[in-house]
Design a protein around this ligand. Sequence first.
Ligand code: L3W
Ligand code: SF4
Length: 426
Amino acid sequence: MILAGCDGDRAWRLQDYVARGGYSALKKIIAEKVSQDAIIAELKTSVLRGRGGAGFPTGLKWSFMPRSFPGEKYLACNSDEGEPGTFKDRDILRYNPHSVIEGMTIAAYAMGAARGYNYIHGEIFDVYLRFEEALAEAREAGLLGQNVLGSEFSFELFAHHGYGAYICGEETALLESIEGKKGQPRFKPPFPASYGLYGKPTTINNTETFASVPFIMNMGGETFLELGKPNNGGMKLFSVSGHVNRPGNYEVPLGTPFAEVLEMAGGMRGGRKLKAVIPGGSSSPVIPASVMMDCTMDYDSISKAGSMLGSGAVIVMDETTCMVKALERLSYFYFEESCGQCTPCREGTGWLYRVVHRIENGLGRPDDLELLNSVTANIMGRTICALGDAAAMPVQSFVKHFGSEFEYHIENKKCLVPPEVQRAGS
Ligand code: L3W
Ligand code: SF4
Protein backbone atom coordinates (compact mmCIF):
# COMPACT_ATOMS: atom_id res chain seq x y z
CA MET A 1 0.00 0.00 0.00
CA ILE A 2 2.32 2.81 1.20
CA LEU A 3 5.49 1.52 -0.41
CA ALA A 4 3.85 -0.10 -3.46
CA GLY A 5 5.28 1.23 -6.73
CA CYS A 6 7.93 3.22 -4.92
CA ASP A 7 10.81 1.81 -6.95
CA GLY A 8 13.22 4.03 -8.80
CA ASP A 9 14.99 7.27 -8.00
CA ARG A 10 12.06 9.54 -8.69
CA ALA A 11 9.28 7.67 -6.88
CA TRP A 12 9.34 10.23 -4.08
CA ARG A 13 8.73 13.16 -6.41
CA LEU A 14 5.32 14.83 -6.62
CA GLN A 15 4.85 13.89 -10.28
CA ASP A 16 5.38 10.19 -9.55
CA TYR A 17 3.14 10.28 -6.47
CA VAL A 18 0.35 11.87 -8.50
CA ALA A 19 0.83 9.22 -11.21
CA ARG A 20 0.26 6.59 -8.51
CA GLY A 21 -3.03 8.26 -7.60
CA GLY A 22 -1.55 10.58 -5.00
CA TYR A 23 -3.43 13.66 -3.77
CA SER A 24 -6.68 12.30 -5.25
CA ALA A 25 -8.11 11.86 -1.75
CA LEU A 26 -7.32 15.45 -0.76
CA LYS A 27 -8.64 16.81 -4.08
CA LYS A 28 -11.91 14.89 -3.65
CA ILE A 29 -12.35 16.04 -0.04
CA ILE A 30 -11.86 19.67 -1.01
CA ALA A 31 -13.90 19.53 -4.23
CA GLU A 32 -16.84 17.80 -2.55
CA LYS A 33 -16.49 19.77 0.71
CA VAL A 34 -16.54 16.48 2.66
CA SER A 35 -17.40 17.22 6.29
CA GLN A 36 -14.92 16.86 9.15
CA ASP A 37 -17.28 14.39 10.83
CA ALA A 38 -17.41 12.20 7.71
CA ILE A 39 -13.61 11.95 7.54
CA ILE A 40 -13.30 11.04 11.21
CA ALA A 41 -16.14 8.52 10.88
CA GLU A 42 -14.34 6.85 7.96
CA LEU A 43 -11.19 6.57 10.04
CA LYS A 44 -13.11 5.06 12.94
CA THR A 45 -14.62 2.50 10.56
CA SER A 46 -11.15 1.61 9.25
CA VAL A 47 -9.89 0.79 12.78
CA LEU A 48 -6.54 2.34 11.87
CA ARG A 49 -4.50 1.98 15.03
CA GLY A 50 -1.51 4.20 15.78
CA ARG A 51 1.57 2.77 14.07
CA GLY A 52 4.13 4.35 16.43
CA GLY A 53 3.87 1.84 19.26
CA ALA A 54 0.75 2.26 21.35
CA GLY A 55 -1.81 1.16 18.73
CA PHE A 56 -4.30 3.80 19.90
CA PRO A 57 -7.33 4.13 17.53
CA THR A 58 -6.62 7.07 15.21
CA GLY A 59 -10.24 8.07 14.58
CA LEU A 60 -10.88 8.27 18.31
CA LYS A 61 -7.73 10.36 18.82
CA TRP A 62 -8.83 12.80 16.10
CA SER A 63 -12.24 13.12 17.72
CA PHE A 64 -10.59 14.33 20.95
CA MET A 65 -9.56 17.60 19.30
CA PRO A 66 -11.88 20.37 20.46
CA ARG A 67 -14.00 21.67 17.57
CA SER A 68 -14.39 25.27 18.54
CA PHE A 69 -11.22 26.57 20.04
CA PRO A 70 -10.34 30.25 20.13
CA GLY A 71 -6.81 30.05 18.71
CA GLU A 72 -4.54 27.83 16.67
CA LYS A 73 -4.63 24.06 16.84
CA TYR A 74 -1.63 22.01 15.79
CA LEU A 75 -0.64 18.74 14.20
CA ALA A 76 2.62 16.92 14.76
CA CYS A 77 3.99 13.93 12.93
CA ASN A 78 6.25 11.73 15.00
CA SER A 79 9.09 10.73 12.68
CA ASP A 80 11.56 10.57 15.54
CA GLU A 81 12.22 6.96 14.79
CA GLY A 82 14.72 5.85 17.42
CA GLU A 83 13.41 2.55 18.74
CA PRO A 84 16.08 -0.14 18.27
CA GLY A 85 14.94 -2.38 15.42
CA THR A 86 12.60 0.18 13.84
CA PHE A 87 13.46 1.56 10.39
CA LYS A 88 10.14 1.91 8.57
CA ASP A 89 9.31 5.61 8.93
CA ARG A 90 12.59 6.69 7.35
CA ASP A 91 11.74 4.54 4.30
CA ILE A 92 8.25 6.01 4.04
CA LEU A 93 9.78 9.50 4.11
CA ARG A 94 12.55 8.48 1.72
CA TYR A 95 10.37 6.80 -0.89
CA ASN A 96 6.88 8.26 -0.39
CA PRO A 97 7.04 11.58 1.50
CA HIS A 98 3.97 12.97 -0.25
CA SER A 99 1.79 10.28 1.31
CA VAL A 100 2.68 11.80 4.71
CA ILE A 101 2.09 15.35 3.46
CA GLU A 102 -1.29 14.39 1.99
CA GLY A 103 -2.25 12.45 5.14
CA MET A 104 -1.31 15.39 7.37
CA THR A 105 -3.19 17.86 5.16
CA ILE A 106 -6.34 15.72 5.34
CA ALA A 107 -5.85 15.48 9.12
CA ALA A 108 -5.51 19.26 9.37
CA TYR A 109 -8.70 19.72 7.37
CA ALA A 110 -10.57 17.18 9.54
CA MET A 111 -9.46 18.74 12.82
CA GLY A 112 -9.23 22.40 11.84
CA ALA A 113 -5.48 22.62 12.50
CA ALA A 114 -3.69 25.57 10.94
CA ARG A 115 -0.10 24.38 11.33
CA GLY A 116 1.79 21.15 11.43
CA TYR A 117 5.31 19.96 12.10
CA ASN A 118 7.00 16.78 11.00
CA TYR A 119 9.60 16.01 13.67
CA ILE A 120 12.31 13.93 11.99
CA HIS A 121 14.96 11.97 13.88
CA GLY A 122 18.29 13.81 13.83
CA GLU A 123 20.31 10.79 12.74
CA ILE A 124 18.51 10.53 9.40
CA PHE A 125 19.30 14.01 8.14
CA ASP A 126 19.03 13.00 4.46
CA VAL A 127 15.38 12.21 5.10
CA TYR A 128 14.82 15.67 6.60
CA LEU A 129 16.39 17.33 3.55
CA ARG A 130 14.24 15.27 1.18
CA PHE A 131 11.10 16.10 3.15
CA GLU A 132 11.91 19.81 2.79
CA GLU A 133 12.08 19.29 -0.97
CA ALA A 134 8.79 17.43 -1.03
CA LEU A 135 7.17 20.25 0.99
CA ALA A 136 8.44 22.78 -1.55
CA GLU A 137 6.92 20.72 -4.38
CA ALA A 138 3.56 20.54 -2.61
CA ARG A 139 3.52 24.28 -1.87
CA GLU A 140 4.44 25.09 -5.46
CA ALA A 141 1.53 22.94 -6.67
CA GLY A 142 -0.94 24.68 -4.35
CA LEU A 143 -1.45 21.52 -2.29
CA LEU A 144 -0.15 23.13 0.87
CA GLY A 145 -0.08 26.62 2.36
CA GLN A 146 -2.65 29.38 1.97
CA ASN A 147 -5.93 28.41 0.28
CA VAL A 148 -5.14 24.78 -0.51
CA LEU A 149 -6.27 23.97 -4.08
CA GLY A 150 -8.01 27.36 -4.23
CA SER A 151 -10.28 26.59 -1.29
CA GLU A 152 -10.77 28.48 1.96
CA PHE A 153 -8.75 25.87 3.80
CA SER A 154 -5.13 26.78 4.64
CA PHE A 155 -2.48 24.61 6.20
CA GLU A 156 1.19 25.36 6.81
CA LEU A 157 3.44 22.33 7.28
CA PHE A 158 7.08 22.43 8.34
CA ALA A 159 9.89 19.92 8.72
CA HIS A 160 11.74 19.95 12.02
CA HIS A 161 14.74 17.81 12.85
CA GLY A 162 15.81 16.60 16.24
CA TYR A 163 19.33 15.67 17.30
CA GLY A 164 18.95 11.94 17.83
CA ALA A 165 17.70 11.70 21.41
CA TYR A 166 15.40 8.66 21.72
CA ILE A 167 13.24 10.38 24.32
CA CYS A 168 12.16 13.03 21.82
CA GLY A 169 10.01 10.28 20.24
CA GLU A 170 7.84 10.41 23.37
CA GLU A 171 5.03 12.68 22.25
CA THR A 172 5.25 15.37 24.91
CA ALA A 173 9.08 15.47 24.84
CA LEU A 174 8.74 15.94 21.08
CA LEU A 175 6.50 18.95 21.67
CA GLU A 176 8.92 20.42 24.20
CA SER A 177 11.70 19.97 21.66
CA ILE A 178 9.75 21.75 18.90
CA GLU A 179 9.19 24.60 21.37
CA GLY A 180 12.98 24.86 21.64
CA LYS A 181 13.23 23.41 25.14
CA LYS A 182 15.07 20.38 26.50
CA GLY A 183 13.30 17.26 25.20
CA GLN A 184 11.81 15.94 28.43
CA PRO A 185 8.37 14.33 28.73
CA ARG A 186 5.51 16.15 30.40
CA PHE A 187 3.23 14.52 32.92
CA LYS A 188 0.01 13.19 31.31
CA PRO A 189 -2.85 14.06 31.63
CA PRO A 190 -3.38 16.62 30.27
CA PHE A 191 -2.98 14.86 26.94
CA PRO A 192 -1.78 16.82 23.91
CA ALA A 193 -5.33 16.84 22.53
CA SER A 194 -6.17 19.44 25.19
CA TYR A 195 -2.73 20.85 26.10
CA GLY A 196 -0.17 20.27 23.38
CA LEU A 197 2.22 22.44 21.39
CA TYR A 198 2.51 25.91 22.97
CA GLY A 199 -0.27 24.77 25.30
CA LYS A 200 -2.76 24.47 22.42
CA PRO A 201 -4.79 21.42 21.30
CA THR A 202 -2.49 19.18 19.29
CA THR A 203 -2.79 15.82 17.58
CA ILE A 204 0.32 13.70 17.21
CA ASN A 205 0.42 10.65 15.01
CA ASN A 206 3.20 8.45 13.72
CA THR A 207 4.52 8.80 10.13
CA GLU A 208 2.99 5.49 8.98
CA THR A 209 -0.35 6.45 10.54
CA PHE A 210 -0.53 9.69 8.54
CA ALA A 211 0.71 7.94 5.39
CA SER A 212 -2.18 5.44 5.66
CA VAL A 213 -4.85 8.15 5.70
CA PRO A 214 -5.03 8.93 1.92
CA PHE A 215 -5.36 5.21 1.17
CA ILE A 216 -8.21 4.87 3.65
CA MET A 217 -10.01 7.86 2.16
CA ASN A 218 -9.65 6.39 -1.33
CA MET A 219 -10.63 2.80 -0.60
CA GLY A 220 -13.07 3.48 2.25
CA GLY A 221 -12.77 2.52 5.90
CA GLU A 222 -14.59 -0.78 5.49
CA THR A 223 -12.26 -2.04 2.75
CA PHE A 224 -9.21 -0.98 4.75
CA LEU A 225 -10.47 -2.82 7.82
CA GLU A 226 -11.08 -5.95 5.77
CA LEU A 227 -7.49 -5.93 4.54
CA GLY A 228 -6.53 -6.82 8.11
CA LYS A 229 -8.65 -8.51 10.72
CA PRO A 230 -11.31 -7.28 13.17
CA ASN A 231 -9.94 -4.63 15.54
CA ASN A 232 -6.69 -4.62 13.51
CA GLY A 233 -7.45 -2.77 10.29
CA GLY A 234 -5.26 -2.55 7.22
CA MET A 235 -1.69 -3.09 6.19
CA LYS A 236 1.36 -2.64 8.41
CA LEU A 237 5.03 -2.20 7.74
CA PHE A 238 7.29 -4.59 9.62
CA SER A 239 10.99 -3.84 9.94
CA VAL A 240 12.54 -7.29 10.05
CA SER A 241 16.11 -7.45 11.30
CA GLY A 242 18.52 -9.88 12.91
CA HIS A 243 19.30 -13.42 11.84
CA VAL A 244 17.31 -13.51 8.60
CA ASN A 245 18.55 -13.72 5.02
CA ARG A 246 16.84 -10.57 3.75
CA PRO A 247 16.38 -7.98 6.48
CA GLY A 248 14.16 -5.10 5.41
CA ASN A 249 10.71 -3.54 5.52
CA TYR A 250 7.78 -5.76 4.61
CA GLU A 251 4.29 -4.31 4.21
CA VAL A 252 1.68 -6.98 4.89
CA PRO A 253 -1.93 -7.17 6.08
CA LEU A 254 -2.32 -7.20 9.85
CA GLY A 255 -3.04 -10.79 10.84
CA THR A 256 -0.39 -12.30 8.54
CA PRO A 257 1.18 -15.33 10.23
CA PHE A 258 4.63 -14.63 11.65
CA ALA A 259 5.95 -17.67 9.72
CA GLU A 260 4.99 -15.95 6.44
CA VAL A 261 6.77 -12.74 7.36
CA LEU A 262 9.86 -14.77 8.26
CA GLU A 263 9.64 -16.52 4.90
CA MET A 264 9.41 -13.16 3.08
CA ALA A 265 12.54 -12.07 4.88
CA GLY A 266 14.31 -15.05 3.33
CA GLY A 267 14.02 -17.37 6.30
CA MET A 268 16.63 -17.98 8.97
CA ARG A 269 20.22 -17.13 8.07
CA GLY A 270 22.36 -20.22 7.52
CA GLY A 271 19.27 -22.38 8.03
CA ARG A 272 19.73 -22.07 11.80
CA LYS A 273 17.02 -22.58 14.38
CA LEU A 274 14.89 -19.68 15.61
CA LYS A 275 15.44 -18.99 19.30
CA ALA A 276 13.41 -15.89 20.10
CA VAL A 277 11.77 -12.82 18.61
CA ILE A 278 11.29 -9.28 19.86
CA PRO A 279 8.12 -8.53 17.88
CA GLY A 280 7.56 -4.79 18.24
CA GLY A 281 10.81 -2.94 18.85
CA SER A 282 13.15 -3.25 21.79
CA SER A 283 10.53 -2.00 24.26
CA SER A 284 8.33 -5.02 23.67
CA PRO A 285 8.86 -8.22 25.67
CA VAL A 286 10.77 -11.04 23.98
CA ILE A 287 8.79 -14.11 22.83
CA PRO A 288 10.33 -17.61 22.65
CA ALA A 289 10.34 -19.33 19.23
CA SER A 290 7.70 -21.95 20.01
CA VAL A 291 5.14 -19.30 20.99
CA MET A 292 6.09 -16.89 18.21
CA MET A 293 5.63 -19.46 15.45
CA ASP A 294 1.93 -19.67 16.39
CA CYS A 295 1.40 -15.88 16.34
CA THR A 296 -0.11 -13.75 13.64
CA MET A 297 1.27 -10.26 13.21
CA ASP A 298 -1.41 -8.05 14.71
CA TYR A 299 -2.00 -6.15 17.94
CA ASP A 300 -4.25 -8.76 19.55
CA SER A 301 -2.28 -11.91 18.74
CA ILE A 302 1.04 -10.45 19.90
CA SER A 303 -0.57 -9.07 23.03
CA LYS A 304 -2.07 -12.52 23.78
CA ALA A 305 1.46 -13.94 23.49
CA GLY A 306 2.54 -11.56 26.27
CA SER A 307 4.16 -8.83 24.21
CA MET A 308 3.26 -5.79 22.07
CA LEU A 309 3.15 -5.22 18.33
CA GLY A 310 4.66 -1.81 19.12
CA SER A 311 6.13 -0.10 16.08
CA GLY A 312 6.40 -3.38 14.16
CA ALA A 313 10.14 -3.86 14.54
CA VAL A 314 10.68 -7.61 14.41
CA ILE A 315 14.09 -8.57 15.81
CA VAL A 316 14.83 -12.19 14.97
CA MET A 317 17.35 -14.12 17.06
CA ASP A 318 18.68 -17.59 16.25
CA GLU A 319 20.24 -20.28 18.41
CA THR A 320 23.69 -18.60 18.28
CA THR A 321 22.39 -15.67 20.35
CA CYS A 322 23.51 -15.19 23.93
CA MET A 323 20.39 -13.80 25.57
CA VAL A 324 22.40 -12.20 28.37
CA LYS A 325 24.53 -10.29 25.88
CA ALA A 326 21.44 -9.28 23.90
CA LEU A 327 19.80 -7.93 27.06
CA GLU A 328 23.02 -6.16 28.08
CA ARG A 329 22.91 -4.23 24.77
CA LEU A 330 19.26 -3.27 25.22
CA SER A 331 19.71 -2.27 28.84
CA TYR A 332 22.61 -0.01 27.94
CA PHE A 333 20.41 1.71 25.38
CA TYR A 334 17.72 2.64 27.92
CA PHE A 335 20.31 3.68 30.52
CA GLU A 336 21.93 5.94 27.93
CA GLU A 337 18.64 7.39 26.70
CA SER A 338 16.83 8.01 30.01
CA CYS A 339 16.19 11.75 30.25
CA GLY A 340 16.90 11.65 33.97
CA GLN A 341 13.76 13.42 35.19
CA CYS A 342 12.44 10.64 37.44
CA THR A 343 14.49 8.76 39.98
CA PRO A 344 13.18 5.21 39.31
CA CYS A 345 14.09 5.51 35.61
CA ARG A 346 17.32 7.52 35.95
CA GLU A 347 18.74 5.29 38.70
CA GLY A 348 16.91 2.07 37.81
CA THR A 349 18.08 1.90 34.19
CA GLY A 350 21.67 2.24 35.46
CA TRP A 351 21.12 -0.55 38.00
CA LEU A 352 19.62 -2.82 35.35
CA TYR A 353 22.51 -2.25 32.96
CA ARG A 354 25.19 -2.71 35.61
CA VAL A 355 23.68 -5.96 36.95
CA VAL A 356 23.21 -7.49 33.48
CA HIS A 357 26.70 -6.31 32.52
CA ARG A 358 28.28 -8.04 35.48
CA ILE A 359 26.36 -11.27 34.79
CA GLU A 360 27.55 -11.20 31.17
CA ASN A 361 31.12 -10.60 32.32
CA GLY A 362 31.27 -13.54 34.73
CA LEU A 363 30.80 -11.46 37.88
CA GLY A 364 27.15 -12.30 38.53
CA ARG A 365 25.98 -12.94 42.09
CA PRO A 366 23.52 -15.66 43.21
CA ASP A 367 20.74 -13.17 44.03
CA ASP A 368 21.14 -11.08 40.86
CA LEU A 369 17.99 -12.38 39.16
CA GLU A 370 15.97 -11.52 42.22
CA LEU A 371 17.60 -8.10 42.23
CA LEU A 372 16.73 -7.56 38.55
CA ASN A 373 13.11 -8.45 39.23
CA SER A 374 12.98 -6.14 42.23
CA VAL A 375 14.51 -3.18 40.34
CA THR A 376 12.09 -3.63 37.42
CA ALA A 377 9.14 -3.80 39.83
CA ASN A 378 10.28 -0.51 41.33
CA ILE A 379 10.42 1.15 37.91
CA MET A 380 7.19 -0.14 36.36
CA GLY A 381 4.33 2.34 36.59
CA ARG A 382 6.34 4.80 38.71
CA THR A 383 7.69 7.11 36.07
CA ILE A 384 6.47 10.09 34.07
CA CYS A 385 6.71 8.42 30.68
CA ALA A 386 6.79 4.95 29.16
CA LEU A 387 10.59 4.78 28.87
CA GLY A 388 10.84 3.41 32.40
CA ASP A 389 8.44 0.56 31.58
CA ALA A 390 10.16 0.09 28.22
CA ALA A 391 13.47 -0.48 30.03
CA ALA A 392 11.95 -2.84 32.58
CA MET A 393 9.81 -5.01 30.31
CA PRO A 394 12.62 -6.55 28.22
CA VAL A 395 14.51 -7.42 31.42
CA GLN A 396 11.47 -9.11 32.95
CA SER A 397 10.75 -11.09 29.79
CA PHE A 398 14.34 -12.16 29.15
CA VAL A 399 14.67 -13.40 32.73
CA LYS A 400 11.26 -15.07 32.60
CA HIS A 401 11.84 -16.99 29.36
CA PHE A 402 15.60 -17.47 29.41
CA GLY A 403 16.32 -17.49 33.16
CA SER A 404 18.34 -20.70 32.88
CA GLU A 405 20.84 -18.95 30.59
CA PHE A 406 21.28 -16.20 33.16
CA GLU A 407 21.70 -18.79 35.93
CA TYR A 408 24.29 -20.66 33.85
CA HIS A 409 26.26 -17.42 33.43
CA ILE A 410 26.16 -16.74 37.16
CA GLU A 411 27.13 -20.28 38.19
CA ASN A 412 29.73 -21.03 35.52
CA LYS A 413 31.08 -17.51 34.90
CA LYS A 414 30.72 -18.11 31.18
CA CYS A 415 28.13 -18.24 28.45
CA LEU A 416 25.93 -21.22 27.70
CA VAL A 417 26.36 -20.52 23.99
CA PRO A 418 30.08 -21.10 23.27
CA PRO A 419 31.93 -18.07 21.81
CA GLU A 420 32.69 -19.87 18.51
CA VAL A 421 28.96 -20.56 18.04
CA GLN A 422 28.13 -16.92 18.77
CA ARG A 423 30.79 -15.81 16.27
CA ALA A 424 29.32 -18.11 13.61
CA GLY A 425 25.99 -16.34 13.93
CA SER A 426 27.26 -12.78 14.06
C1 L3W B 1 -6.57 12.00 24.91
C2 L3W B 1 -6.94 10.30 26.48
N1 L3W B 1 -5.54 11.34 24.32
C3 L3W B 1 -4.30 8.23 25.27
C4 L3W B 1 -3.32 9.46 23.32
C5 L3W B 1 -1.92 9.84 23.79
C6 L3W B 1 -1.06 9.19 22.70
C7 L3W B 1 -1.84 7.94 22.32
C8 L3W B 1 -1.34 6.68 22.96
O1 L3W B 1 3.68 5.58 23.78
C9 L3W B 1 4.32 3.40 23.10
C10 L3W B 1 5.21 3.30 24.33
C11 L3W B 1 6.54 2.83 23.75
N2 L3W B 1 -7.26 11.51 25.95
C12 L3W B 1 -5.88 9.58 25.91
C13 L3W B 1 -5.21 10.16 24.81
N3 L3W B 1 -4.25 9.30 24.45
N4 L3W B 1 -5.30 8.38 26.17
O2 L3W B 1 -3.17 8.20 22.69
O3 L3W B 1 -0.99 6.92 24.28
P1 L3W B 1 -0.02 6.02 25.12
O4 L3W B 1 0.31 6.79 26.36
O5 L3W B 1 -0.61 4.68 25.27
O6 L3W B 1 1.29 5.81 24.23
P2 L3W B 1 2.56 6.71 23.85
O7 L3W B 1 2.95 7.64 24.95
O8 L3W B 1 2.34 7.33 22.50
C14 L3W B 1 4.01 4.80 22.68
C15 L3W B 1 6.07 2.00 22.59
O9 L3W B 1 5.03 2.78 22.05
N5 L3W B 1 7.06 1.75 21.60
C16 L3W B 1 7.85 2.76 21.14
C17 L3W B 1 8.15 2.86 19.89
C18 L3W B 1 9.08 3.83 19.40
C19 L3W B 1 8.99 4.24 18.15
C20 L3W B 1 9.99 4.93 17.41
O10 L3W B 1 11.13 5.08 17.78
N6 L3W B 1 9.55 5.37 16.27
O11 L3W B 1 7.88 4.01 17.48
C21 L3W B 1 7.16 0.48 21.09
O12 L3W B 1 6.63 -0.49 21.54
O13 L3W B 1 7.29 2.07 24.62
O14 L3W B 1 4.65 2.32 25.17
O15 L3W B 1 -0.97 10.01 21.60
O16 L3W B 1 -1.77 11.20 23.85
N7 L3W B 1 -7.65 9.85 27.53
FE1 SF4 C 1 12.68 10.72 31.66
FE2 SF4 C 1 12.75 8.11 32.21
FE3 SF4 C 1 11.14 9.69 33.55
FE4 SF4 C 1 10.64 9.16 30.99
S1 SF4 C 1 10.61 7.70 32.65
S2 SF4 C 1 10.51 11.14 32.01
S3 SF4 C 1 12.76 9.04 30.20
S4 SF4 C 1 13.40 9.77 33.55
